[in-house]
Design a protein around this ligand. Structure first.
Ligand code: P6P
Length: 340
């Protein structure tokens, strides 16, 4: 399609036949996500100039210090998304409990899970940060007076009907999938539109890049240690050693690996028994996207897509990216064990 004049709405409508979910309600839900993303992008891009950097002095449910932009991003998403009439419940990294839709707003058949601003501790250093989101269909039945709530939020990522992320970097990009491939749109601030820039993104099956915080090496299982040692060993036949690339901002690391190939890892360790990253609104949506791009995501033993969350803030070890690399990691864990 003609990139310079194709925005997301055109793209969705033009491929309506491919998008069983692209009902008007679904397209309007996406428009609301785009609007929230543009507002956050505006604030992120001027953060250095106005008093919006720094900490609020609060600590969130994760025990993390809340940045002013974290709070702004959460409020923006909630205000924009709750009035659209497409959602019946939301869940976010920044809120203890699920977010219900006030009675004064119409409710719809979709569920939104999101991390409004991941990597926000990097904001003050002008490092790329991002929003991650996933969309489910509600599973409770309003015709049977079933209340929309936890049952609709705690679904495995395989049941997502859409997922995406926004990366606020040298440019602001919106990357998403509704199960028909992965597509990227870049914000043209001069017209305020996200225009098609990356149609049908595919991740290389095997890569030369690994992303992990090696400061945690001594806390990992033997399986993970042996795998990292393997990647660093010299072997021309298997194109090793790999390059180490780690930004410390999940969306930025994931996005680079999606385009160039790579494996991103946040293993469990002696301190964090289930790793650091959250299943519902980080690992799950990214696992859905990487699968659509031909990649794979695992907790070290099984597909992230098949893990049913039992808590909204449940953490999970995450190995995600080029399929052959993630499968090789699983082999090392199987052979060397993963009991930390
Ligand atoms: P570490 C940012 O705080 C974040 O949640 C992700 O964006 C990032 O991948 C990870 O934590 C970095 O964690 O322990 O390496 O600093």
């Amino acid at each position: 399609m003609d990139k310079e004049t194709t925005n997301l709405q055109h793209f969705l409508l033009n491929r309506q036949k491919d998008y069983p979910e692209a009902t008007g309600e679904f397209t309007s839900l996406f428009q609301d996500i785009l609007l929230a993303s543009k507002i956050i992008s505006r604030e992120v891009n001027k953060a250095g100039l106005v008093e919006i950097l720094g900490l609020t002095g609060k600590v969130n449910v994760q025990g993390e210090e809340v940045q002013k932009l974290d709070e702004f991003s959460l409020e923006t998403f909630v205000k924009v998304m709750r009035r659209g009439g497409s959602l019946c419940v939301m869940a976010s990294e920044e809120t203890d409990d699920i977010i219900t839709i006030p009675d004064k707003y119409p409710k719809g058949k979709y569920v939104l899970v999101f991390d409004p601003l991941d990597g926000s501790s990097n904001i003050d250093a002008n490092v790329s940060i991002g929003t991650i989101f996933g969309i489910y269909k509600r599973v409770t039945d309003e015709n049977k007076d079933e209340k929309c709530g936890y049952a609709d939020v705690l679904q495995p990522a395989r049941d997502l009907v859409a997922a995406g992320y926004v990366i606020y970097g040298s440019s602001t990009m919106f990357v998403y999938s509704t199960g028909q491939g992965v597509h990227g749109f870049t914000l043209d601030p001069s017209v305020g539109e996200f225009l098609l820039s990356h149609e049908d993104i595919k991740i290389p099956k095997k890569s030369k890049i690994y992303s992990v915080n090696e400061g945690n090496y001594n806390k990992w299982s033997d399986g993970v240690k042996r795998y990292i040692d393997y990647l660093k060993a010299e072997d021309k036949e298997t194109d090793r050693p790999y390059k180490a690339r780690y930004i410390g901002s999940l969306v930025a690391d994931f996005h680079r690996n999606l385009l160039y190939g790579g494996i991103f890892m946040y293993p469990r360790d002696k301190k964090s028994k289930n790793g650091k990253l959250r299943l519902l609104y980080e690992a799950g949506p990214l696992a859905y996207i990487v699968k659509q791009a031909g990649g794979y995501a695992s907790d070290g033993k099984k597909d992230i897509l098949d893990i049913v969350p039992d808590k909204i803030h449940q953490r999970v070890p995450l190995f995600i990216g080029s399929e052959e690399d993630v499968k090789k990691l699983e082999e090392f864990i199987k052979k060397n064990g993963d009991d930390v």
